[in-house]
Design a protein around this ligand. Structure first.
Ligand SMILES: NC(=O)c1ccc[n+]([C@@H]2O[C@H](COP(=O)([O-])OP(=O)(O)OC[C@H]3O[C@@H](n4cnc5c(N)ncnc54)[C@H](O)[C@@H]3O)[C@@H](O)[C@H]2O)c1
Length: 384
């Protein structure tokens, strides 16, 4: 199969590696020659590391490399069966590229976008045959993260959806099909991990280290929310939150936090700037958490129940199936358990009473319990 990738940055080069490893003939296109050169050098390094780790041999490395060619005109992608676009997150630029691309490729070529925040419907509208357009959303780093969200727009044909799911499954990825709504699954459902942690900090309940310690020790998360925000970058993470908040017509559940805004404004971006919620300079010592199990349990429960509420509401609004929502969080962001399975384990009655307790305490709409949880509780149902 011939696959054209548009944009050879972080995501495009990773997606190219995935497709080439699966045996596809890949053409990686970028307007910037330096970006193409960088992608080629980066792939060489990655494959050498995989050889050192014993994951692949020299023959496999040569095979993967020979499956990728680096091209500098869009027309070179004309023989593609599938194209995946991973350029700058700008609707007008994407639309221009899509419309030009459509004039070169065959009628049955699937034209996909890796966008994180734009609607697939708006991108598809740039095509003469919008039914061939779909969202195929990889996670960073694409070769390592198992999850790919596949997002049909309202214009997408069933055939294009089925074919896309098949291709991505053949690439050995876990597919979660999501409705074309802000944040799709992961970037929507994960918001309380950051937002509720920031709120707990802002209320003075605990410091960054103690909140992180609680989520890791009691919850089994690999990274605490503040460590993760520092890893992602406070500028990037804040922008995603603000975009989702705006896209949901300012639903207070997604409201960004001033704390994070100030950190971003101050240039305390996290690891990449050497300072965020933590200090990453060479001799810095990490502050110790207050290892109070009762406090930690309270913090963990509050973040968890807000995550569960978000996952339940995504199911309630038919954003994805229960299984896809759980796969999305375990395979896209490495959560220790699927949130809906976690809800079953904790008990739906527990979820409802925790959420109602928060709502009664604050009388804020962000703590409203999903109607689905309430209905399930009445009917004594579980998610699985
Ligand atoms: N970085 C992430 O974690 C992540 C995760 C999932 C999805 N995405 C989405 O993937 C897309 C790309 O993100 P990225 O982080 O790889 O960006 P990036 O900045 O690393 O790479 C973008 C590349 O596109 C090239 N480019 C820009 N305009 C172009 C054009 N008109 N034609 C061809 N090439 C062009 C640039 O030269 C650059 O090499 C965005 O839509 C983003 O929302 C990013």
């Amino acid at each position: 199969m011939n696959v054209g990738i548009i944009g050879s940055g972080t995501m495009g080069s990773g997606i190219a590696q995935v497709a080439a490893t699966a045996g596809c003939q890949v053409k990686l296109y970028d307007t910037n020659q330096a970006a193409l050169d960088k992608a080629k050098v980066a792939l060489e390094k990655i494959l050498n590391r995989l050889i050192e780790k014993g994951r692949i041999d020299a023959g496999e490395k040569a095979r993967i490399q020979s499956n990728i060619s680096y091209v500098d005109t869009l027309k070179d992608l004309s023989d593609s069966n599938l194209t995946i676009e991973a350029i700058i997150e700008n609707l007008d630029i994407k639309k221009k590229v899509f419309s030009e691309l459509e004039s070169y490729v065959a009628d049955d070529c699937i034209i996909a976008s890796n966008t994180s925040s734009l609607s697939i419907a708006s991108i598809a509208a740039s095509l003469l045959k919008p039914e061939r357009c779909i969202g195929i959303h990889f996670f960073n780093p694409a070769p390592l993260m198992k999850l790919v969200e596949v997002i049909p727009a309202i214009q997408t044909s069933k055939e294009v959806l089925d074919k896309s799911v098949q291709i991505i499954s053949d690439w050995k990825k876990t597919v979660a099909v999501a409705k074309d709504t802000p944040g799709f699954i992961v970037n929507r459902v994960a918001r309380p991990f950051y937002g509720e942690a920031l709120r707990i900090y802002e209320e003075g309940i605990a410091d960054f280290t103690t909140i992180d310690w609680s989520l890791k020790t009691i919850g089994g998360f690999r990274m605490g929310p503040f460590e993760l925000m520092d890893f992602i970058g406070n500028d990037v993470n804040y922008t995603v939150t603000e975009t989702v908040f705006t896209a949901f017509y300012f639903d207070s559940r997604y409201k960004p936090a001033f704390t994070q805004k100030r950190f971003a404004e101050a240039g305390y971006l996290g690891r990449k700037s050497g300072k965020g919620y933590y200090d990453y300079s060479e001799n810095a010592t990490k502050p110790s958490p207050i290892e109070d199990e009762v406090l930690a349990e309270k913090i963990f429960n509050r973040v968890l129940v807000m995550l569960i509420n978000e996952a339940a509401d995504a199911l309630f609004l038919n954003i994805a199936s229960a299984q896809d929502i759980d796969n999305a969080m375990t395979k896209g962001v490495n959560y220790p358990k699927g949130l809906l399975a976690w809800a079953d384990e904790k008990g739906i009655d527990w979820c409802v009473s925790e959420l109602d307790a928060l709502y009664n305490e604050y009388h804020e709409d962000r703590y409203r319990c999903s109607p689905l949880l309430r209905k399930m509780n009445r009917e004594h149902k579980t998610f699985f």
